[in-house]
Design a protein around this ligand. Sequence first.
Ligand SMILES: CC/C=C\C/C=C\C/C=C\C=C\CC(=O)SCCNC(=O)CCNC(=O)[C@H](O)C(C)(C)COP(=O)(O)OP(=O)(O)OC[C@H]1O[C@@H](n2cnc3c(N)ncnc32)[C@H](O)[C@@H]1OP(=O)(O)O
Length: 333
Amino acid sequence: MALAVGMRVLTRALHRPWARGLRVAPGRTGPAAGGGDGVRCFGSPRVLVEPDPAAGVAVVKMRNPPVNSFSLEFLTELLISLEKLENDKTFRGIILTSDHPGIFSAGLDLTEMCGRKPEHYMEYWKAVQEMWLRFYLSNLVVIAAINGVSPAGGCLLSLTCDYRVLANNPKYTIGLNETRLGIVAPFWFKDMMVNTVGYRTAERALQLGLLFPPAEALRVGVVDQVVPEDQVQSTARSVMAQWLAIPVCRPGVQNQGLGRAVLSPEALGEAPSCLIQPLAAPDDPWPLDASRQSAFPPRGLPACLCLQAPLFLSLVRTLVGFGVHPKSKRISS
Ligand SMILES: CC/C=C\C/C=C\C/C=C\C=C\CC(=O)SCCNC(=O)CCNC(=O)[C@H](O)C(C)(C)COP(=O)(O)OP(=O)(O)OC[C@H]1O[C@@H](n2cnc3c(N)ncnc32)[C@H](O)[C@@H]1OP(=O)(O)O
C-alpha cells in the first residue's frame, strides 16, 4: 500500500504544483495532559503541546493531516516546540504521539521531494536532518507513543526516542520501507535501525523495505513494548516516570557515548551541499562502480525522481543505505 500511495503522491505533486500549499489545522486549547487546572495547551497549527508541569512532562501531538507527513512547515513547527520545551526547565520529558490515532506519521512529505528547485531540496533536507539530530540529541527524555502506522521517516522519528510503545493493531506497521518506493534510506536512517535491531535484521528489513506489524516489531526489537490501543498513552506515562526517576537519564546516556553513536560530519550538516553535487564530478572521490550503476534506475523508481536523475544519483551516492550494494566494503559511515 505504501508503495502505491508513494507513487500516487509523487506523480500528483508533479502535475499539481499548485496543490502544495500549507494545510493549516485549526488551533485548539484544552486542559493539561495531567488534568491540572489552569494549564493550557500550546503549540502551533501542526503541533499540539499538552503540558503537565507537575510531572515535568509534555505530550507533543503531531497534527498535520491527513497523514502527519513531514512537510517543511510541520518540521519547523515541531522543532520550535521541542526547543521551547528544552528551554523550559519545567520539563524533563516529552511523549511524542499523533493527534490522529491510526496514523503516527507517513514520514517525509513526498511532495517536498520532487518538482522543486535545488535550493528547496537543500532547505528541506536540512530540516529533516535537524529534526533527527535535535530529537536524537535532546536533553529531554523522549518516549514515542506510537498510535498508528509509522513507515519510513515516521519510523526514523520514533527511533530517535528513548523508548517506543506501539498500539497493538495489525494495521499499525512500522519500518523503513524506502526501497519499496525505489529510494534508498540515507545511511543515518540505516544506522539508527542497526543500533536498534542489530545488523542482520536491519540489513534484511531495509533491503526488503519491511513494515513490521506489532508482534513482529516487538520480536525484532524495533519497538520496546506493544500494548492494547487504549493503553498506549498511559503506558508511555508509566515508562516516562521510570525514566525520570533516574536523575541524569538522558544526558547520562550521552556522556557514556551512546547518544552519539551514529553522528558523523555528514549528518551534522554536510549532506545538503552534497545533494546537488554534479554526478561523477571529476574530483569525485567515490565514483559509481559497475555494481552501483547497474542498480539504476532501481525497479519502481518514481518517474519524477528519474527526471531528476543527477540529483537522485548524487543523493544515493551521498546518502548510502543498504539498498545499493549491501556487501560493498565502501558502505560505512
Ligand atoms: C530533498 C530530498 C530530495 C530527495 C530525497 C530522496 C531520497 C531520500 C531518501 C529516503 C528518505 C525516505 C524517507 C521517507 O519518509 S519517504 C516517505 C515514505 N512514506 C510512505 O511510504 C508512506 C506512504 N503513505 C501510506 O502508506 C499511506 O498514506 C498511509 C498508510 C500512511 C495512510 O493510509 P490512508 O489510507 O489512511 O491514507 P491515504 O489515502 O493513503 O493518504 C491520505 C492522503 O495523504 C497523502 N499522503 C500519504 N502519504 C504521504 C506522504 N508521505 N507524503 C505526502 N502525502 C502523503 C495521500 O496521497 C493522500 O492524499 P489525498 O487525500 O489523496 O490528496
